[in-house]
Write a protein that binds this ligand. Structure first.
Ligand code: 5RP
Length: 224
């Protein structure tokens, strides 16, 4: 029997809840990511509402799903620390460095993750890569800097394309960048962050995941 990608996402969402439950107390706040895998995680988390106090969401989309399940959603400014942040990824390598932002929530994801003690990445095996970069790198940009950032990105070897018909929860456009050579994702993340007008880039390499739960045809594997 072969599991579909949807079934693998459901399996890793359940595994994530099993993984984080021992880390939670009734007073805990859980950081929650964005995307189809994060959606499934929210659905599983909702079965354990007594195990934690509230959540902080990395997008309006996730906040709405949490609220619909009756889970309290806090503003990040109300929270000093969280034991765990759980989110998907578009690509993840053996160092647990990721490309994120396919759903456009990269900036809030990086901020919420930075407040959590651990980042638990949940993904199906199609997201595991030897080298980051086949997935176009999302970069959230201030509107007035679209052209200037595109030119700076070209100097770093990337071809930027405006994500059509999309605005982030922060009111900004996204550039999706192809063509980067990503031997050193950490260094490239710093270089892109330094471009004036860049709000956030989708490399999560300076602060990779703490642990990755990867759903495979042979079961959910834990990478550390
Ligand atoms: C959203 C993200 C998501 O985590 C990433 O796009 C993976 O999404 P999915 O679980 O739907 O494959 O970074 O900004």
């Amino acid at each position: 029997m072969t599991f579909s990608q949807q079934e693998l996402k459901e399996q890793v969402a359940k595994a994530a809840v099993d993984y984080i439950l021992p880390l939670l107390t009734p007073g805990s706040v859980v950081g929650v990511g964005t995307g189809s895998t994060a959606d499934l995680f929210i659905d599983q988390l909702a079965k354990h509402k007594d195990a934690f106090r509230a959540a902080v969401a990395s997008s309006e989309r996730s906040a709405k799903r949490l609220t619909n399940h009756g889970i309290a959603v806090l503003d990040l400014n109300e929270v000093q620390t969280m034991p765990v942040y759980v989110d998907g990824a578009d690509e993840i390598n053996a160092l647990l460095q990721m490309i994120k932002g396919g759903g456009g929530a990269l900036t809030r994801e990086k901020i919420v993750a930075s407040v959590a003690e651990r980042f638990v990445c949940i993904a199906d095996e199609s997201k595991v890569v030897a080298e980051l970069g086949a997935f176009k790198l999302p970069i959230e940009v201030l509107p007035m800097a679209l052209q200037s950032v595109s030119r700076q990105v070209a100097k770093l070897g990337g071809q930027a394309q405006l994500r059509q018909g999309f605005t982030t929860d922060n009111g900004n456009p996204i550039l999706d960048v192809a063509g980067f050579s990503v031997a050193d994702a950490r260094s490239l993340e710093c270089q892109i962050n330094d471009i004036p007008g860049v709000v956030c880039c989708g490399f999560f390499a300076k602060s990779p995941a703490t642990v990755a739960l990867i759903a495979t045809q042979e079961g959910v594997k834990t990478l550390t």
